[in-house]
Design a protein around this ligand. Structure first.
Ligand code: ATP
Length: 252
């Protein structure tokens, strides 16, 4: 069976002050994929993600989410179309509890965060939905903790919980385990692996061991262009990738 595409771009391009940072990228991710975007520093990975989410306008090109053209939609409308990214931890309110953060995101999805302040029924409904998400991520014991009380690794998991509260069909993760203690980074990725199979995940990750273990497919971005795509095995054995990305240059 041919799987539908969850995310697709055509000729996606970003030029900053005459410098092409993302160049004519044709990209596709199938529904349910766990896909990694890798490439050297400055290759344009974060810029590409920002073009997908609508945080940056493209110079040229188009983006589809679940076969819907979202190119003209601002970021918040793309969220409604099913595209979510993790929130930066710095944007979390350190004095709010974990469950309150997730509740706010649930309330946003079901009809505007401000309604949460009034209706008691809605508050209970969002609390139950938020608790279910925390439970599925094994975070329920932290529900009433404040963000400030959590380890950095747990804070990153809360970011994912908040994104999941938006019920995305496509989840974009920019280095989800960055700054997390190595002993905990597997936990972050094991959680990603356990996400419902209809959620498609694209993640940027520098740690090739994590990429090889958790990605089904890898896209390699170099100087704004996707130069190679394939399975972890194909990417590991690709000499061009080894030369360009891993810096294993042949001498002599
Ligand atoms: N707003 C901007 N204005 C001008 N140049 C920018 C802007 N944002 C990014 N760039 C440039 O675009 C290039 C790609 O940056 P980007 O952050 O997308 O790369 P990256 O692959 O995510 O790198 P890293 O792995 O180091 O995070 C860099 O040279 C960067 O300086």
């Amino acid at each position: 069976m041919i799987r539908a595409s969850a995310l697709r771009t055509r000729q996606l391009t970003k030029i900053f002050n005459g410098t092409t940072v993302v160049s004519d990228v044709d990209f596709e991710m199938k529904v349910g994929s766990r896909q990694a975007l890798i490439g050297p520093n400055g290759a344009g990975k974060t810029t590409f993600i920002n073009l997908l989410t609508g945080n940056l306008p493209p110079t040229k090109g188009a983006v589809w989410v679940n076969e819907r053209d979202v190119t003209q939609l601002p970021a918040h409308r793309r969220v409604k179309a099913g595209l979510a990214r993790t929130f930066q931890i710095n944007s979390l309110l350190r004095e709010l509890s974990v469950i309150e953060h997730v509740q706010l995101a649930v309330a946003e999805r079901v009809g505007g965060g401000s309604r949460m302040i009034g209706g008691r029924a809605l508050k209970r409904q969002t609390a139950e939905a938020a608790y279910d998400i925390l439970e599925s991520l094994k975070l329920e014991s932290t529900a009433i903790s404040s963000i400030a009380e959590l380890s950095y690794g747990r804070q990153r998991l809360v970011e994912i919980a908040i994104a999941l509260a938006l019920r995305p069909s496509v989840l974009l993760l920019d280095e989800p385990a960055a700054g997390v203690h190595p002993a905990d980074s597997h936990a972050v990725f094991e959680l990603i692996e356990r996400l419902p199979s209809d959620v498609s995940v694209l993640f940027i990750e520098h740690d090739m061991k994590l990429v090889a273990r958790f990605a089904q497919r890898i896209s390699v971005l170099v100087a704004g262009q996707i130069v190679v795509e394939g399975s972890p095995q194909e990417i590991a054995s690709n000499s061009f990738v080894r030369d360009i990305y891993l810096g294993h240059r042949h001498h002599g």
